[in-house]
Design a protein around this ligand. Structure first.
Ligand SMILES: Cc1cc2nc3c(=O)[nH]c(=O)nc-3n(C[C@H](O)[C@H](O)[C@H](O)COP(=O)(O)OP(=O)(O)OC[C@H]3O[C@@H](n4cnc5c(N)ncnc54)[C@H](O)[C@@H]3O)c2cc1C
Length: 463
């Protein structure tokens, strides 16, 4: 491969998480040249995030059983990087056309040309604004995990974990592993709503083992999961010092009068994940909406192929599902590409594994559908778009004046026009601005650059 600004590969992969690694490893083992672009510092993606090379992080994390598979996957992937895979880390993909991926790397503007593409850029946290959520010390559950597992940084001394869905558990164990006291873990869904996940967990050996492992860690640290509770507000002088927590009803609506105050210096809020579909949309890939899959996700056929020839998609961008789904779909996408390249027919076991992992994840996540009543946590003066400092009231006024579509609200008050490109406010902006109780949202309008990069990068992009 040339070290020019433009590089060539048989297959370009976006994302070195389980989906991207599984695809790249299989493709490279079959002799194809693969370039993997990832904005992180090392392979692993979100779930198997590793400390940067040469970091003296404490690495105190106790890991669940499934991470053994992750270590194996990373090992196989890294072995291929000595042969047919080039991993370019610190590479941010900011534009795409079929066969071409533009990315920024070490301040330089670069282009990857490839015959096939596998998109595996994962997901990001769903934020639900509440009074005080912009105070220092309040962050998403994902950000807490990145701090601890990606940088070895201990975020505080006393943490409150709130939100909904399976990711609350690894957030609690990451904090415990870093020596942080977890003062409470609040799941907004009721115990009865969550019980709907039980058959999917009980029938899936790996998920069952995983659930037991997490519950054992929580019980050892005497952290009780409180069902039907969430954070109502965070307060403090310059940073979070206390949280007001309370009960919510089955739709997530706060039950006023149940409030209690908890002293804490860190709050991790994780209300689920949203698929990162921007690159797919830019390429013209079709999408669908399902609240239980995290919102809009990319549509693929039974072999992970999108409607755009040569573009495949795997993992969280095809709907939130977890690492097992991502790696199974990554392998399937690789098998599809290899067959197109004249290789063997796809092993039916590979198709079956991807389909059964996806089915199991879908039925588990149905129990943690987004709760529309949580949008009532924000008060009129609560900031909903933190890039542009737009309050719930201002977003509501824009919707009343200009219309209830995402575009009308954006144009009316600039919400969603800042550097996060609506990743933070977008998933709940329409529900908050219009006081409707649905968790739907318009398909995001995709703008280039897909992620913030310097204007120099855009102006000097190779053709
Ligand atoms: C912050 C966070 C923490 C999580 N922690 C856990 C956990 O502890 N346990 C668990 O079971 N699940 C966790 N998840 C869920 C996780 O998304 C899946 O379980 C699994 O990692 C999905 O695999 P994937 O291959 O689809 O994507 P990911 O693992 O998310 O990998 C996607 C990769 O793409 C890269 N990327 C994204 N956009 C670009 C771009 N434009 N240019 C270049 N690179 C890009 C990212 O840096 C990332 O490394 C977490 C999710 C998030 C968002």
């Amino acid at each position: 491969m040339s070290d020019d600004r433009t590089i060539e590969a048989d297959v370009g992969v976006v994302g070195a998480g389980p989906g991207g690694m599984a695809a790249a490893t299989k493709l490279a083992a079959a002799g194809l040249r693969v370039v993997v672009l990832d904005e992180g510092q090392r392979a692993g993606g979100q779930i198997y995030r590793q400390l940067p090379n040469g970091t003296n992080g404490h690495g105190l994390m106790a890991e669940p059983p499934s991470h053994d598979q992750g270590h194996e996957l990373i090992k196989s992937f890294e072995k291929q990087t000595e042969r047919n895979v080039e991993l370019i880390h610190g590479a941010t993909v900011w534009d795409a056309q079929p066969g071409r991926l533009w990315f920024e790397h070490e301040g330089a503007s670069r282009l990857l040309r490839c015959r096939h593409m596998v998109l595996a850029p994962g997901a990001y946290d769903r934020c639900i604004p509440f009074p005080g959520w912009t105070l220092p010390g309040v962050m998403t559950a994902g950000a807490l995990q990145v701090m601890i597992r990606g940088f070895g940084v201990v975020p505080g001394k006393r943490a409150l974990v709130v939100g909904s869905g399976p990711l609350l558990l690894p957030t609690v164990t990451s904090l415990l592993g870093a020596g942080v006291e977890v003062v409470a873990a609040l799941e907004a869904s009721s115990r009865w709503q969550a019980l709907r996940a039980l058959p999917a967990v009980a029938l899936h050996a790996a998920r069952r083992r995983e659930a037991f492992w997490y519950l054992k860690q929580l019980s050892r640290a005497r952290v009780k999961l409180q069902w039907g509770w969430t954070v109502f507000a965070c307060e403090g002088d310059g940073r979070v010092q206390r949280a007001i927590i309370g009960k919510v009803d089955r739709s997530g609506r706060p039950r006023r009068g149940t409030e209690r105050t908890i002293e804490c210096d860190v709050v991790g809020a994780g209300f689920g994940l949203v698929p990162s579909i921007e690159i797919g949309l830019r390429l013209g890939v079709a999408s669908q909406f399902a609240a239980t899959r995290g919102g809009h996700y990319l549509v693929v056929d039974a072999e992970q192929r999108t409607a755009v020839a040569t573009v495949f998609a795997v993992g969280e961008i095809c709907g939130i599902g977890g690492a097992e789904v991502a790696s199974a779909e990554g392998e399937l996408a690789a098998a599809s590409i290899l067959r197109e390249e004249g290789g063997a027919a796809i092993d039916p076991a590979v198709v079956a594994r991807a389909r059964s992992e996806r089915r199991a994840a879908d039925s588990m996540l149905r129990a943690f559908a987004p709760l529309p009543g949580l949008h009532e946590l924000a008060r009129p003066d609560t900031i909903v778009c933190r890039c542009e400092d737009i309050t719930k009231l201002a977003a509501g006024q824009a919707a009343a004046l200009h219309g209830e579509s995402m575009r009308a609200i954006k144009v009316g008050c600039r919400a969603g026009m800042g550097p996060c490109q609506a990743r933070i406010c977008g998933p709940s902006l329409q529900a908050m601005a219009t006081d409707n109780t649905a968790c739907t949202m318009d398909l995001p309008v995709v703008q280039v650059p897909l992620k913030p990069v310097s204007s120099e990068t855009i102006l000097t992009a190779p053709e």
